[in-house]
Design a binder for this molecule. Structure first.
Ligand code: GDP
Ligand code: MG
Length: 367
């Protein structure tokens, strides 16, 4: 089969891209403007069994680009070329200049009643308000916690619908998935569904074995069942971290957060805060007196008060920004959730957010 479909991937576009030493498959797909699934198939034909979030070596990525008729330069060559038609690539490729570490974005998945909401609430309550005077905690669809001087962004709307729906729309929102499994109940249908969604997305996974405070909890049984579903935990030589917790009693939440930090370190998540902002709308509503209130997760760059934003079909000048504690902020950087006021209509969850240079551009894009 190798080579047989080569013509399929020749599109004759003459753009140029800049690639870092490794590129995520998902990022390469968006750079090339092709369906990620097609790209994975192409890679399979070339003998690379790879999932969406796997890093591709420069050599392989540049071969793929060449097959699409696209010129490639490596990031290390970029300084001297940095002009003309080069388009910088997205996400983890935001490495050329000024890329700094960004917090991981985490989603919690699992079977109903296994403790997702309780976990999100107790992390929020134990970690978030630490040392904070009078911070009002409000639910805006995502929140950040800080632990040992490092932040983590939690998406506050658990459930695979959010996860899969966003993904189906091409939005790569989540860096790390936490799979909550109740130790008294074990793997249930939605647990298995979550596992297959997580695998399909290629998202790294941490298992939270919950409700270990209950007398009939059986963490070993959970671990064995996970193994049967090819989730290979660390203690049997795999790369999936797991932590036994009680979300209700706040037991071992620190360990779970440490596991997220560890996983995030392995991923070397970076973004350049200096470029103009891009992100995803998590939720939006119309509020009396405030107008359209949209929660946005910034993914790259920075969104500032006064910026002109396009969010799906709506646009507007950012009139005010609030963080997840309701505090007024001037700017929101990579992985930061923020409430935005000033849009002219209510966007949909999952809509892309982009800062544009001026109002006429915003009108043009949304028409
Ligand atoms: P979700 O459907 O996954 O969001 O589950 P919830 O967070 O709503 O939890 C379902 C039920 O399990 C609630 O009654 C919680 O109080 C309870 N629960 C959650 N975590 C724990 C835990 O660690 N221990 C015990 N004993 N109960 C828990
Ligand atoms: Mg819930």
């Amino acid at each position: 089969m190798v080579g047989e479909n080569e013509n399929e991937i020749i599109s004759g576009q003459n753009k140029a891209v800049t690639l870092a030493s490794t590129t995520r498959v998902s990022d390469l797909a968006s750079t090339l403007g092709v369906d990620p699934v097609e790209l994975i198939k192409q890679l399979m034909r070339l003998g690379h069994m790879i999932t969406l979030n796997d890093p591709l070596e420069y050599e392989i990525a540049s071969k793929i680009c060449a097959a699409y008729g696209i010129d490639v330069t490596s990031v290390s060559d970029q300084q001297s070329i940095d002009s003309g038609e080069s388009i910088s690539t997205k996400g983890d490729l935001d490495l050329s200049q000024g890329a700094v570490e960004r917090p991981p974005v985490v989603t919690v998945l699992g079977h109903v009643d296994h403790g997702k909401t309780t976990l999100l609430d107790s992390i929020r309550n134990t970690k978030k308000v630490d040392g904070e005077a009078g911070g009002i905690t409000q639910h805006i669809g995502a929140y950040q916690v800080e632990y040992q001087d490092k932040s983590i962004t939690f998406i506050d709307t658990p459930g695979h619908e959010a996860f899969t729906e966003m993904r189906a729309r091409g939005a790569q929102l989540t860096d790390i998935a936490i799979l909550v499994v109740a130790a008294d109940d074990g793997l249930m249908p939605q647990t298995l569904e979550a596992i297959s969604h997580i695998k399909a997305a290629g998202t790294p996974l941490i298992v939270a074995i919950n409700k270990i405070d209950l007398p009939d909890s059986n963490p070993d049984k959970v671990r064995n069942a996970l193994l049967q579903h090819n989730v290979i935990l660390e203690h049997v030589g795999g790369d999936v971290l797991s932590v036994e917790i009680s979300a209700k009693e706040g037991l071992h939440l620190d360990k779970l957060i440490e596991a997220v930090h560890l996983q995030a370190e392995l991923m070397e998540l970076k973004a350049n805060p200096e470029r103009s902002g891009e992100g995803i709308a998590l939720e939006a509503r119309l509020e009396r007196g405030r107008g359209v209130v949209a929660t946005v997760l910034v993914q790259r760059g920075t969104i500032s008060v006064g910026d002109i934003l396009v969010v799906g079909d709506s646009w507007g000048r950012v009139r005010a920004l609030n963080d997840d504690r309701g505090a007024i902020i001037e700017i929101a950087g990579p992985s930061q959730p923020a409430e935005i006021l000033g849009l002219n209509s209510t966007p949909n969850a999952g809509d892309e957010v982009v800062v544009v240079p001026d109002e006429s551009r915003a009108r043009e894009v949304t028409e």
